[in-house]
Structure formats: C-alpha cells, structure tokens
Design a protein around this ligand. Sequence first.
Ligand code: ADP
Ligand code: MG
Length: 393
Amino acid sequence: MKRTIRDVDVRGKKVVLRVDFNVPVQEGKVADDTRIKEALPTIRYLLDNGARVIILSHLGRPKNREPEFSLKPVYEKLKEYIDKVSFVPDCVGDEVERKVQELKDGEAVLLENVRFYKEETKNDPEFARRLASLGEIYVNDAFATAHRAHASTHGIAGFMERKVAGFLMEKEIKYLSHVLKSDERPFTVILGGAKISTKLGVIKNLLSRADKILLGGAMIFTFFRSQGIEVGKSLVEEEMLDEARRILSDAGKKEITFILPVDVVVADKPEEGVKTEVVSKNEIPQDKMGLDIGPVTRRIFQEALKGSKVIFWNGPMGLFEVPPFDEGSKSIAQAIVEETKKGAISVAGGGDTAACIHKLGLSGFTHISTGGGASMEFIAGEKLPGIEVLEDA
Ligand code: ADP
Ligand code: MG
C-alpha cells in the first residue's frame, strides 16, 4: 500500500495536487463531471485541514495551446463544489508564483492545462522541477493518468520530500489490488469489448487467477474464427487468430471455467432500428454481423456469476452505444449488482465499460474505476509510474 494524505501534516503547507480533470467539454461547458466529483473528497480534506492547494491537471491532447483544451470550463464547474478556489491561465511562471504565494490556508488554485507545455509528456526534468517548486508536498490523485510517466505524474515526485496518494488513488489501488490479490473464491471475470489485442495482458494475468472467465463483446468472434466457426460480417482480428487459439488452449490446461457465448444477436448493420435476430453461434448468417450476446448466453452468464465473491468486469458484451445491443451488457451488469448485494466485491474497469454502466444508470458496483488504460495496465500486473513514485506505507 501507499502512504496517503492522512499520513502527512498538511496544515499551512503548499500541496501540489495532481488530479485527472480530463473531462469531456462541449461548447465551453463540462459535459460529464464524474472525474471532478471523484476528486472532491481529496480536495475537501486538504482544504479542511488547512492546506494551500495547487491543483494540476491535463485535458485532452493539445498541440499548441488550442483554447478548447483550456481548463477554464473545469474551473467554472469546480467552483460549484468548492468555494475557495481560483484559476490562473498558466501552470508555471510569474503569475502562477505570485498567486501561490498569496494563497492562504484552506484555499486552492487550479492551474492551466499542464499539457500546454510539451515538456509535460516528455517528462522533462526542468519542467518537473518547476512544477515541484510550487509546493512542499506532492499528492497524486490522478489514477487515470498513472500509467503515464509525465512531468506532473512522475518526474515531479523526484523533487519532492513528501509524495503521497489522494483518496481516489487510494480507492483505485485498494479495489484493483483486491481483484488481483484476494484469496476469496470464486473469482469470476467477465471480459468483452472490441479487441483481444488491447486486452492480452489482462487476459493472460487473469487466466492464472480467475476461477471463471466469461467472454462477450466483439472479441468472441476472433475466438470463434480461431475455432473454424463462420462469423459472417462480425468483427474479427485476423492477426490475433493464433493468439486466440493459444489462449483457449492455455485455458484448457488450467482449472478454469472459460465460457464462450452459445448464441448471439445479429443484424445487417450496426444501426438503431435495424431488424435483429438471435442465432446459435454456429449459425451466424454470412451477410450478418454479431452485435450482442444472446438470451441463452445471458442466462448462462447470470448462473455462472451466482455465488461469486470477487467479480471483475471489463468490456461491454455488445455494441452498447446502439440499442438494443446494450441488452446483453445490461443483464450482466444487473446480475453483478445482485451478487454485490449478496456480499461480492465487484469491480469494473475500462473507459467504455464505465461509460456503459453510467449509460445504463446502474449503481451498486463496489467500485467503477475512473481509469481506462490505467486500470487495464494495473490488472495486467504492470507497474504504473504514477503509483511507483509515491511513498510506500
Ligand atoms: P473498454 O474501454 O471498457 O476497455 P473496449 O474499448 O475494449 O472496452 O471495447 C468497447 C467497445 O467494444 C464498445 O465501443 C462496444 O461498442 C464495442 N463492442 C462490443 N461488442 C461489440 C460487437 N459485437 N460488435 C462491435 N462492437 C462491439
Ligand atoms: Mg475502450
């Protein structure tokens, strides 16, 4: 475990807090403030305990200080939740330094997008040193950016005496570690999403830990193809066929239940309002594409989830963005919520998976990770640079 803000005395101290405020902005307004809300417990704790808080974040991938990547709209939103916060349209330089010197205990300032400097993503040591010089304690709460070794997530820590995790970072590490380390059984994994290629590390790491792996999403068609099954116009990663065969054979050698769907929902094209049909996995018509798991599969998955003590879900079961192809994901998500009520620890990870759960309006998961790529790397067993640099407890 990592040290957290509870382990340092922040009163009267200047705290450089890295958060992930990389939120969608539309027409100058924050369209989804989930990530802002997730950072509030840390910000409020620091302010309530008399810290002077200097908030850093990135937004998008600016090339040249384009105004659409400004954190100003985020500031407008943040102000709705936090009273004593101001904004400076830069993250280093005279104006920033002046503002930081003026900060009083219990006040915060949000600085402009750190990626307005190309030094940020290059993890430039001089830029990192300048950011570090703004305060005395470094707090990283930006789990969703922790897989990047950038100046404000990695380099900065090398110039700070104290470097600890915020509450969101702590929560992410706690639950994702639980998925990887808990001895509680059975441990059931549901994997879906578009491609096997982006999930290889996750699949391999979980193959040696899970009791059951249930597969859905477009990736099943690559598995089916690798078994010689015709999949019509469904998405297939041709270059992953060997890998798919290897995964199936590895799973066969382990004491793991590896369940592929038995039926799928197919249609002519991935569009709302098209005629759909349920077919067995062996009878996918040549001119149709598989867009969701079928009703029999949903029941099998629901049964398989019963009694689970630990559940990890990554990857939607179908093309959830286009109804009715969100039905498979919905039934699985509901089943996970049911098991959670009975005491299972349920964790969801992945950008689209989180979006899918939010779209379905479901609550009741133990933890929905705010990290897409970061949660995938964590579950794949990789070390994340933004976590590595923090003090061990
Ligand atoms: P995550 O971001 O949660 O890791 P992925 O990026 O791997 O998830 O996959 C999510 C995408 O997979 C979604 O856009 C979803 O529409 C798509 N998808 C899932 N099943 C299918 C399918 N049968 N056909 C086409 N796309 C699918
Ligand atoms: Mg995705």
